[in-house]
Write a protein that binds this ligand. Structure first.
Ligand code: HEM
Length: 149
């Protein structure tokens, strides 16, 4: 019961965070294409900052729920069964999650740079950059579902 609820909430916050991971770079694409429209630019920057903050909170929550799924068996194995003891898939997943998180922080840096009037990469480059988290997230999801090693 505790396990299934923890996992359901973990997934809910994973979905919410991924929305931010996927959409923040789209805002950057819009910023790169906005040209001389200061009001639109300001609005996009505001949307970006708010989305980033939202995503940050969602990451905190998914992490707070991932921890008991991972290590909660040490506290109460009746609530959280030891799903990953002696296996490697969770560590591999955590590597991909760390890369996703680094990607997210890098997007936030680009947003800050744009806010300070700095140049962004071209919108074409940003569109490619936008595809990266798809593979990282797919890898992380596959690892937890297949548990291949
Ligand atoms: C931030 C650190 C994270 C930790 C410590 C963590 C840990 C865990 C653990 C231990 C499970 C339980 C696996 C099981 O019971 O079979 C789980 C489930 C899951 N996690 Fe995470 N996770 C994290 C982040 C993420 C992220 C970022 C994603 C997606 C991109 C993700 C996707 C999933 C999915 C899809 C499941 C459910 C798998 C199933 O069907 O059982 N997790 N997580």
């Amino acid at each position: 019961m505790a396990y299934t609820w923890t996992k359901s909430l973990h997934l809910l916050f994973v979905i919410a965070w991924m929305a931010a991971v996927f959409y923040l770079p789209r805002i950057l694409v819009n910023l790169a294409e906005v040209g001389e429209q200061p009001a639109v630019r300001e609005r996009l920057l505001l949307m970006g900052r708010r989305l980033y903050r939202f995503g940050h909170v969602m990451f905190g929550l998914l992490f707070a729920l991932g921890l008991p799924l991972w290590l909660g068996w040490r506290v109460n194995p009746a609530w959280w069964p030891p799903v990953a003891v002696g296996t490697g898939w969770l560590h591999a997943k955590l590597v991909l999650v760390a890369l996703l998180f680094a990607y997210y922080i890098y997007t936030a840096r680009l947003l800050r740079r744009a806010g300070e009037g700095g140049a962004l990469p071209s919108s074409k480059a940003l569109r490619w950059f936008n595809e990266l988290p798809i593979f990282l997230a797919l890898g992380a999801i596959w690892l937890v579902i297949a548990k291949p090693f």
